[in-house]
Design a protein around this ligand. Sequence first.
Ligand SMILES: *[C@@H]1O[C@H](CO)[C@@H](O)[C@H](O)[C@H]1NC(C)=O
Ligand SMILES: *[C@@H]1O[C@H](CO)[C@@H](O)[C@H](O)[C@H]1NC(C)=O
Ligand SMILES: *[C@@H]1O[C@H](CO)[C@@H](O)[C@H](O)[C@H]1NC(C)=O
Ligand SMILES: *[C@@H]1O[C@H](CO)[C@@H](O)[C@H](O)[C@H]1NC(C)=O
Length: 377
Amino acid sequence: MLFKPTILPWALALGTAQVASAPTNKVPPRYSGEAQKLADPRYGPIPGQSDLYSYYWGTDRPFPGNISDPVFPTQDGPPGVDDLIWQNLLSAEWLIFEFYQQGIEAFTARDFVAAGMPNTTYRRLMEIRNNEAGHLRIFQNQISPTSIKPGRCKYSFPFTEPLGYLALMTVLEISSMAFLTGLVQQPRLNFNKGAMLAIAEVETRHEAWALVDIWKANPFGGPSDTIFPYADEILDSTNAFIVPGSCPPENPEFPHARQRLPALSAGQDTVSLTPGSNITLHFPDPRNQPFFNESVQYYAVFYHGISSISVPIETLFWPRQAICVTIPSKFETKGVIIALVADRRGAPTKESVIAGPAVILEQPSRLATSVLHGKAG
Ligand SMILES: *[C@@H]1O[C@H](CO)[C@@H](O)[C@H](O)[C@H]1NC(C)=O
Ligand SMILES: *[C@@H]1O[C@H](CO)[C@@H](O)[C@H](O)[C@H]1NC(C)=O
Ligand SMILES: *[C@@H]1O[C@H](CO)[C@@H](O)[C@H](O)[C@H]1NC(C)=O
Ligand SMILES: *[C@@H]1O[C@H](CO)[C@@H](O)[C@H](O)[C@H]1NC(C)=O
């Protein structure tokens, strides 16, 4: 066996490993071929065995974030059973890694102190950035040699100052925690489910740090974080941060089986996003608006903890009249609430979702409305 099945279970799924032929002729000439070294999981620092993924204090991108090209297949044959899921996750990870890398480049340790944050903030952000580099490498290695490993795109995040950056970070981390509860339901191999849970736990530690040190809030999120079943819909919403046309053209569609649902948010008149608040539903992308069939009853479906609550909505007079809905007052003001619009109560299938999802931060709840209005603090 070329690879150790204990860390690379797809090798088991493929049966006897084929001889790696490293067909460099598959690499389009515009690429240097440097990224092909990454096809070997033993190349470079190994996550869990190297301290690069914790204690690297440089501002340049750490390995493998410093190698942006896609990694082309080195073997012929069918894809591994969970390759699509890992490809989705790797593409999402490039975005998260770059969010931290951009923060490291945009700010200094003093900027965060000047904004009233602890003097450890910048180093913690570097450590999180390093963890995310480790995720890049783990996900690359979990994609089998018969499938492409997506490369880096260009990303644009709406932050200008340290507090706004940290607020967006808090939303991204809790969104990661939520979408992983859905993604973990997709792999065929149990090992991969365990690996995704382990990644979600790391995102949770990042979030808990931000709650304690940055927002001076209670770090606990109630008895259960929020399960959201349609992970790819959350991933799809992150396309808003990708500079159009900037991805390597060989990258697979992100996320695979993209629904391109209209984005959903609360209206700009929103004063509170806590349970019991009345909000209007806003579809911010003018080029992608929902269609409401007048003979269908639509619902706003809210997810929190392990349950969801569906609230019928009046769509007949939209867009002349805004769609108003009350965030279920039964929910605890903890963690996150995820909302979407569906054409069936409970949004029982991915296809029943017609807009959203929107991730509504509840902790600290004051941040949710400030993120909505594009400012923090
Ligand atoms: C990326 O980082 C690794 C490890 O530090 C280094 O060996 C490699 O040369 C770097 N590659 C590029 C393209 O910067
Ligand atoms: C960072 O802050 C802590 C606690 O406020 C303080 O004890 C420590 O001296 C500070 N360190 C630096 C390098 O400023
Ligand atoms: C929200 O709207 C409902 C129904 O229109 C109303 O009964 C309730 O008082 C409103 N709640 C708030 C907090 O405005
Ligand atoms: C609206 O829904 C009705 C009932 O489900 C269906 O028969 C009709 O084709 C739908 N109209 C459109 C334009 O989708």
